[in-house]
Design a protein around this ligand. Structure first.
Ligand SMILES: [Fe+2]
Length: 241
C-alpha cells in the first residue's frame, strides 16, 4: 500500500488490527452469527440512489451499489461458505487472507465488500467542505491546512495507477493519506480507516469519464460525510495527547 509522507505531530493512538476491527464493527455489522449465516451482509445504502446527484448520478450509484458492491458481497460469501472461514467476521477473513497469494480471490472479494460498505458511509447529500472539531485540528496539524490536505488527497488519487482507493487513515497516532491498489485496505495493514474515495473507474466513469480528479475533488467539496469520519476518529482506541 503506497504511503504519502504526511505526518501528524500529535500522538493520538497506537493503531492495531484489532482497533480497526473495533471501528469496523461500528458501521458494518458484517460479523457472522455463526452456523450457516453468510459472513458478508450487503449494508443498506444510507441514502437514496439519486440523493447524491448531480455529483454522483443515480445511474452510477445504482450500478455501483446494486451490481459492483453486491457482486463482491455475493462472491465473498460463495468463497467463504465452508472450511476455516466458518464463524469468522468479515474483518477476520480479510486479515487471515491478506498477503496470501493462494487466497487472493477470497481477500479481493472480502476486502472489496468491506471497502465499498465503508465508502458509501463516507458520503452524504450536502456534505463536503471542511470538518470541524478534533478532526479539523488533526488535519491542520498533519497537513498544515485543510486546503493542503485536499491537495495531498487529490495528488494521491491522481498518482494511483489503475484501480484502487485513496484513504485518510490513523496509523500509529499519525494522520496519513495513503493509496491502495485494487482491493487493498487499511485493515490489512493495521491502520484505522477514517475516509476513503473509490477510484476504480466504475465509481465515476459514467459521470466524469476519464476525469478522476474532478470526481474526487467533487466528492471532497460536496459529499464527504465528515460526521462519519469524525466518528471513526472518536471511537479509535484511547488517545494520548
Ligand atoms: Fe467501487
Amino acid at each position: 500500500m503506497a504511503t504519502l509522507p504526511v505526518i501528524s505531530p500529535r500522538l493520538f493512538v497506537r493503531s492495531s488490527v484489532l482497533a480497526a476491527c473495533a471501528i469496523a464493527a461500528l458501521f458494518l455489522l458484517q460479523c457472522s452469527g455463526g452456523g450457516d449465516s453468510p459472513i458478508f451482509v450487503k449494508a443498506p445504502l444510507p441514502y437514496a440512489e439519486d440523493a447524491l446527484a448531480p455529483f454522483i448520478s443515480a445511474d452510477t450509484m445504482g450500478f455501483h451499489y446494486d451490481k459492483h458492491y453486491a457482486g463482491y458481497v455475493d462472491r465473498a460469501n460463495d468463497l467463504t461458505k465452508s472450511g476455516s472461514y466458518a464463524g469468522k467476521s468479515a474483518e477476520a477473513v480479510i486479515q487471515m487472507t491478506a498477503g496470501d497469494a493462494s487466497k487472493a480471490a477470497v481477500f479481493n472479494n472480502a476486502a472489496q465488500a468491506w471497502n465499498h460498505a465503508f465508502f458509501f458511509q463516507c458520503l452524504k447529500p450536502n456534505g463536503g467542505g471542511a470538518p470541524g472539531g478534533l478532526l479539523a485540528e488533526m488535519i491542520d496539524a498533519a497537513f498544515g491546512s485543510f486546503a493542503n490536505f485536499k491537495k495531498v488527497f487529490l495528488t494521491a488519487a491522481k498518482d494511483q495507477f489503475g484501480s484502487g482507493w485513496v484513504w485518510l487513515v490513523l496509523d500509529d497516532g499519525k494522520l496519513m493519506v495513503i493509496t491502495g491498489a485494487n482491493a487493498d485496505t487499511p485493515l490489512a495493514h493495521g491502520q484505522i480507516p477514517l475516509l476513503t474515495v473509490d477510484v476504480w473507474e466504475h465509481a465515476y466513469y459514467l459521470d466524469y469519464q476519464n476525469r478522476r480528479i474532478d470526481f474526487v475533488s467533487t466528492v471532497l467539496d460536496n459529499l464527504v460525510n465528515w460526521d462519519f469520519v469524525a466518528l471513526q476518529l472518536e471511537n479509535a482506541p484511547p488517545s494520548h495527547t
